[in-house]
Design a protein around this ligand. Sequence first.
Ligand SMILES: N[C@@H](CCC(=O)N[C@@H](CS)C(=O)NCC(=O)O)C(=O)O
Length: 213
Amino acid sequence: MLKLWGRVNSSNVKKVRWACAELDIPYERIDAGLHFGVNNTDEYRAMNPMGLIPVIDDDGFVLWESNAIVRYLCAKHPRAPFWPADLRVRGAADRWMDFQQGTMGPALGPPFMQLIRSPEQEWDLDMIRRNIARSSEIWQIVDQQLGRTKWLAGDDFTMGDVPLGILAYTWMELPLGKVGLEHCRPKLTNVWRWYDQLQSMKNYRDIVAIGLT
Ligand SMILES: N[C@@H](CCC(=O)N[C@@H](CS)C(=O)NCC(=O)O)C(=O)O
């Protein structure tokens, strides 16, 4: 059976769990990361030299990098429309996955790490302000896309909605009021509509919307 290492509250582990749920892939999960440890052992680093979660072991094939794992699982257990059969739709889905890793994640990750994972006395307010303002701008790009299409890659829910769908939960739940930045989270019509669509999905509620801490 597929093995997955990673704690359930990690946004990158959520991607893999959500994909497994959409594709009906059974798996065994081993808690790892933060207070669970495991990811700093030599054994774990032999699987993933980055020492990060998630990692999967599929019958001896070890893979890390969450978006690569989602694509691997989709290709192995193809199910449209989640893994789009049309290459152009798949390309669009890929684009939004990469956009999460390369653009939204680097903006939203640092303030998340401070506001959720660090004590208040360690907060760097200038960095938080800068990164939240940048995240807000990036959500406007997502909003423009969602003004044109129901889901990020087109008419259907696909793997392309997974990485940003998870960060949408982070964005909506981040306690911006605590640092006087609530105004940086304007009610973007299309993002909010898409977020409602996500919230209406059982897998999203069970796997993603389970709290940030
Ligand atoms: N680019 C990597 C990033 C992985 C990553 O940063 N994982 C975080 C959790 S979301 C981690 O391992 N943090 C250390 C820990 O939990 O101990 C991926 O997408 O898989």
